[in-house]
Write a protein that binds this ligand. Structure first.
Ligand code: FAD
Length: 476
């Protein structure tokens, strides 16, 4: 008989509650083993617009984890399926083959919750024990509530409550799981009708996937860079942020591990509100805030705006303008450079995500959902709660969002956060010769330009957007 750990958004062997508990349970029972299971579901991934780069990243991480777990005497069975229906079939087949218990980490999205509910029921009916661990957040959704027992809709009081809770408890990480007996997965061959997971195309190869290496990147950030985080984090030309989002999104790294290490390396700094360590912790709390919101308001997963009145906004949705934005051909250098960063690398700096999102919505009057989907289809760290939260923030449709009348000026943003145009030059060689002032707006009559004209006038665009918002806000 065997215990199965279904790996989904927890692709790590350290601090993995499901893996640790399954191995312990198997160890306690004679003749029972633990196996890890991963099911690739490209059909569902595509429906969720998951970036091909992220798909490759996951496949590479799973292949690597197979080797890592093997050293811990745990076999990782990686299967290729299509969608969530197939997952149910796989569990039926595993039950027939002798599976006695399932372990996994909770997922919060609606379809995933639905899938897990059905699978849990199906397995329990067949006498299989099911154990879910809610460890995507340090403070699980539902555990940080207002005095009235409601979900916080505003970040600052949420964060205050979250921090108070952190003071009361230690952030505990699970040790690496070990097994004494390696299960021979070939024994399952007769039971399983699904093939082994196929390899990716290595498009994400610039992102290391060995667990030790990822932990090392996180440690180094907490030791050497976090102190400068508050000064550097808004400047895309500086490597001032951790670059850990892809790992957090797939669970190669847990938030628990990050905070645990942060406390170890920078405990005194965490007592000061504006220190790099505190501000970085704040970003990890934003990550949890959006997940709490998603669980409390499942309509968000159906792409409903958080502020209901904004559903009536008559977005102009011009396809040509949208294409220009996607391709980085708007004539606003900071926007174009940022979109090239996204298209070429699969990652974009947070400041630039805010600028490009604001530009799409407030300068082009395009529905934020178009941008949300485009980001998802390109980002290696694409993650529903953070992406939806970020887009709804920028679009002023979300919880604790930017007020609709405060509209980023892309040129001013560029001057402020890329003062020497260093970032722009990196992605826009055609502007390399522009001086530090002109590079933010290379459309002066005197400038011989090999750069395309601006697709909209910001001041005009701003007025149109304000009118679109006041129209729906007035009808409250
Ligand atoms: P750091 O600055 O080092 O932050 C550490 C970690 O905190 C990040 O890895 C991330 O897990 C979390 N985090 C940081 N900022 C935020 C935030 N604003 N909201 C939620 N979590 C945060 N982040 C994603 O992980 N996936 C997305 O799909 C995503 N889409 C976004 C879309 C828009 C329009 C905006 C404005 C932001 C989006 N973010 C998203 C948040 C943020 O931009 C990225 O998490 C960050 O740029 C990742 O870089 P880093 O790991 O170096 O971050």
């Amino acid at each position: 008989s065997f215990h199965v750990v279904w790996l989904r958004n927890d692709l790590r062997s350290y601090d993995n509650a499901a893996l640790y508990n399954a191995a312990a349970a198997a160890h306690a029972e004679p003749e029972s083993a633990v196996i890890a299971l991963f099911i690739a579901t490209p059909e569902t991934w595509q429906q969720h617009h998951m970036a091909p780069l992220k798909q490759d990243f996951i496949r590479r991480r799973v292949a690597q984890m197979q080797k890592e777990l093997n050293d811990q005497n745990i076999a990782l069975l990686a299967l290729e399926a299509g969608n969530y229906e197939d997952c149910m079939n796989i569990f039926r087949q595993l039950t027939d083959a002798g599976m006695i218990a399932l372990y996994g980490q909770t997922e919060y999205e609606l379809r995933e919750q639905h899938r897990d509910k059905i699978i849990s029921q199906q397995l329990q009916d067949a006498g299989v024990t099911v154990n879910w661990y809610d460890r995507l957040c340090i403070m699980p959704p539902g555990s940080i509530l207002t005095q009235n027992g409601d979900t916080y809709k505003v970040f600052t009081p949420f964060k205050r409550n979250w921090l108070a809770r952190l003071h009361e408890q230690e952030v505990r990480c699970f040790p690496k799981a070990k097994s004494t007996m390696l299960f021979n997965v070939h024994d399952l061959a007769g039971h399983l009708s699904f093939p082994a997971m196929i390899d990716g195309d290595d498009s994400s190869v610039k992102w290391p996937v060995a667990e030790q290496q990822v932990l090392e990147i996180m440690r180094e950030f907490c030791q050497q860079h976090v102190a400068d985080y508050n000064n550097d984090r808004d400047f895309p030309a500086v490597k001032g942020t951790s670059g850990l989002s892809a790992y957090l999104a797939c669970g190669v790294l847990s938030a628990h591990q990050c905070v645990n290490r942060l406390q170890m390396e920078a405990r005194p700094a965490l007592e000061q509100e504006k220190s790099g360590a505190s501000v970085w912790l704040s970003e990890l709390i934003w990550r949890e805030f959006y997940k709490h919101i998603l669980v409390a308001y499942p309509a968000l997963i159906k792409h409903k705006p958080f502020q209901a009145d904004t559903a009536a906004i008559r977005w102009r949705n011009n396809k040509k303008l949208f294409e220009a934005w996607c391709e980085g051909k708007t004539g606003y250098p900071i926007v174009d450079a940022a979109m090239r960063q996204l298209n070429q690398t699969g990652w974009m700096h947070n400041r630039l995500r805010m600028i490009t999102a604001s530009f799409l919505v407030k300068d082009l009057q395009i529905d934020w959902r178009w941008g949300e989907q485009y980001f998802m289809s390109k980002l290696i760290d694409g993650e529903f709660a953070a992406n939806n939260g970020g887009w709804q923030w920028a679009a002023s449709t979300g919880t604790d969002a930017a007020p609709y009348f405060r509209i980023f000026n892309p040129v001013t943003q560029s001057e402020r956060f890329d003062p020497q145009g260093k970032f722009i030059r990196q992605f826009m060689p055609e502007l390399a010769q522009s001086d530090n002032k002109e590079i933010h707006w290379p459309h002066k009559k005197s400038t011989p330009s090999n750069y395309w004209p601006a697709i909209v006038d910001h001041n005009e665009a701003r007025k149109i957007t304000l009118a679109l918002f006041t129209e729906v806000k007035k009808s409250d």
